[in-house]
Design a protein around this ligand. Structure first.
Ligand SMILES: C[S@@+](CC[C@H](N)C(=O)[O-])C[C@H]1O[C@@H](n2cnc3c(N)ncnc32)[C@H](O)[C@@H]1O
Length: 271
């Protein structure tokens, strides 16, 4: 048996998946959160494992950790080997990377975006927002560094009050999901083997070929003042204008970048 370190695994995953990305997508390392060595690594104690009361009935797949499962109801994934439904358990979607098929496409003015490549029903788990788990101090430090380095998009979202997920250098396809003030998706926090993780879920039925979008206001640590181009009637003018990251820290982007309009700052403070 050969054991690989997490960094080598990430590189291997990238090599395997690299060809699936369209030409022109800026480089990043594709990871899934299970392989990723995160900051909050801790061993799950047996007494902390929540075990549901589902009893699998071969005639009814719903019985194996469906909507009524006590763990599902509390946004907690079942722990393999402890779930009474064993291999029939359907509540390990983050752990098994059960993502919907999605496709990258080039948007008009918003960089790359992500499309649904199959029909998705309201409430379904689409993909995990993967990335490096970092502290709030590190999030602030990196945010400044990325600006200095000229990184245009912002890929940091909040995980809980102390931690953030940074998908700038390492992440899943979820890092390409754009913001909309009228979203068809939302982020939800789940507990997976004792860790908090962020999933993108459908807010409504989504047809194949539709762009996936969620509202950045709740989780985004954007920093920069970016004019929102979502086109919704109720558009809040700036990306993440109501997010904590926005109020904590913001700045104006360089003149000449068509996505950033400094004069809108005035509009915002006039409100
Ligand atoms: C998480 S990334 C989304 C993927 C990004 N479009 C790309 O090409 O990598 C967030 C960045 O996308 C752009 N973006 C996302 N939604 C937008 C919107 N509604 N209006 C303008 N820019 C948007 C902004 O540059 C933002 O910093």
């Amino acid at each position: 048996m050969i054991y690989y370190s997490n960094s080598i695994l990430s590189k291997l995953v990238n090599i395997i998946l690299k060809d699936e990305l369209p030409e022109g997508v800026p480089p990043y390392i594709q990871i899934n959160q299970n392989e990723f060595c995160c900051l909050k690594q801790k061993k799950l104690k047996e007494e902390d494992i929540s075990i549901c009361e589902c009893k699998f009935d071969v005639n009814d797949a719903e019985t194996a950790c469906g909507e009524r499962c006590l763990n599902v109801l509390t946004n907690t994934e079942c722990t393999p080997e402890y779930c009474p439904c064993g291999s029939h358990c359907r509540n390990q979607k983050f752990q098994k990377c059960e993502y919907f098929k999605t496709k990258l496409f080039k948007t008009d003015g918003r960089g790359w975006g992500l499309l649904a490549d199959e029909n998705i029903k309201a409430g379904q788990y689409i993909i995990e927002y993967c990335g490096e788990v970092i502290s709030s101090e590190e999030a602030e430090r990196r945010s400044h560094t990325y600006e200095t380095e000229g990184v245009k998009g912002s890929y940091i979202i909040s995980l809980d009050s102390s931690y953030f997920v940074d998908a700038t250098r390492k992440g899943s396809l979820a890092r390409f999901i754009n913001h909309s003030c009228q979203p068809n998706c939302e982020t939800r926090k789940w507990t997976v083997l004792g860790e908090t993780r962020v999933g993108i879920f459908a807010k409504q039925d989504i047809c194949v070929g539709t762009e996936l979008v969620y509202d950045y206001n709740f989780e985004w640590y954007g920093g920069a003042t970016i004019r929102c181009l979502c086109g919704a009637e109720n558009c809040s003018i700036f990306l993440g204008a109501k997010s904590q990251g926005f109020t904590d820290y913001y700045h104006l982007w360089e003149d000449g970048d068509e996505r950033y309009y400094p004069h809108f700052m005035v509009l915002m403070f006039d409100r």
